[in-house]
Design a protein around this ligand. Structure first.
Ligand SMILES: Nc1ncnc2c1ncn2[C@@H]1O[C@H](COP(=O)(O)OP(=O)(O)OP(=O)(O)O)[C@@H](O)[C@H]1O
Length: 329
């Protein structure tokens, strides 16, 4: 596919200017409204992946949950094939929940330990594809396991999650997500709880599925290096704000926002003796409340001046389909 063809393909799932708030405290403590997301706009396009990168607490999982319609936006709109998902109900909502599938970081927590892999895969098939006979359900379950690299599939159908390795369990979770023929995958740190040695295998599998099934994928990660490997586009989040977004190569080769530069500097590099020291604990991320103003990164930013503490800059184009929000680009 040519670049221009990729650029013109319509997004299937889109967030426009979405805000999300959580009320914290109450009873004895003071109530505070946390602005978990501020004006987030994201587009997911068939056959392409968008990586959402940032430290713990930056709002990545909240974005995924909003796309899965777990939470309603406080402002803005989320649309699927042009329809506001907030307006879906009945069959429309059931279909949406099948089309947009989530994969979680803990493959053990997301699989019922008392059920066999066969049962885990058969259940969604029976619910969402009632036309299949018992034999067809079994054939389909085996095909799903083969697709995710668990062969011989018939062997795996009999096993339970605790009899599998972490990587194999994540493959089962991916097979279950595929069983209902989704068009969108929301993968929330799908490799972070796995051994380093099997992470690449899972990313390769997701890459194959994205390409072969023309899936639109959201890939949530702390690790900006793997973002480039799997996702065509990267969006960087800090305290509920998007601070930089663009082609993954441009973001990693020429990061423009000081926060993105910090994340890149923290990527372990075998050539350097000191690695991964630049990013401090997530506790450094400010709680963004109704009273907060300016750029949330200002307290940590080496370039910050007075204006940064007062005004959050609008997105500024810094390259082809590449934007950053900083007063000092
Ligand atoms: N249900 C909730 N109630 C109150 N606050 C919440 C809730 N869910 C998330 N938050 C807060 O919203 C902010 C964003 O959280 P979120 O889990 O989206 O971040 P994240 O970037 O996904 O972090 P992690 O990588 O640790 O999962 C955090 O300050 C978190 O404490």
């Amino acid at each position: 596919m040519t670049t221009s063809a990729v650029m013109t393909e319509a997004p299937i799932l889109e967030m426009r200017d979405v805000d999300m708030r959580f009320v914290l405290g109450g009873l004895v403590g003071k109530r505070t409204t946390l602005r978990a997301l501020s004006g987030i706009s994201l587009k997911l396009t068939p056959g392409r992946a968008l990586a959402l990168v940032g430290e713990s607490g930056s709002g990545k999982s909240t974005c995924a949950r909003m796309l899965a319609r777990v939470y309603e936006p406080a402002a803005g709109e989320i649309s699927f094939r042009g329809t506001d998902i907030g307006k879906l109900s009945g069959k429309g909502l059931t279909d949406y929940r099948a089309e947009v599938q989530m994969i979680f970081q803990d493959p053990f927590g997301s699989l019922n330990p008392t059920q066999t892999i066969g049962y885990i895969l058969e259940r969604p098939l029976r619910i969402h594809r009632p036309e299949l006979s018992g034999k067809e359900v079994r054939t389909e379950s085996e095909a799903l396991l083969t697709q995710v690299g668990l062969v011989p599939a018939a062997e795996y159908l009999k096993r339970r999650p605790h009899e599998l390795s972490g990587g194999q369990r994540q493959r089962v979770a991916i097979a279950r997500a595929l069983s209902v023929n989704p068009t969108v995958l929301l993968a929330d740190e799908p490799t972070s709880m796995l051994d380093v040695s099997v992470r690449l295998g899972i990313l390769n599998l997701l890459e194959d599925l994205k390409r072969d099934k023309h899936l639109a994928a959201l890939y949530i990660t702390h690790d900006i290096a793997t973002a480039r490997y799997f996702a065509e586009e990267t969006a960087v989040m800090y305290a509920g704000h998007l601070v930089e977004q663009g082609p993954s190569e441009a973001i990693t080769d020429h990061p423009r926002h000081p926060y993105t530069q910090l994340l890149i500097a923290a990527v372990p590099n075998p050539k350097n003796k000191i690695t991964g020291g630049a990013v401090r604990r997530a506790a450094d991320i400010p709680l963004w409340t109704a009273e907060s103003r300016g750029c949330p990164f200002a307290p940590r930013c080496p370039r910050a001046t007075d204006i940064c503490r007062e005004i959050m800059p609008d997105p500024t184009p810094v390259g082809d389909s590449h934007m950053a929000r900083c007063h000092h680009l």
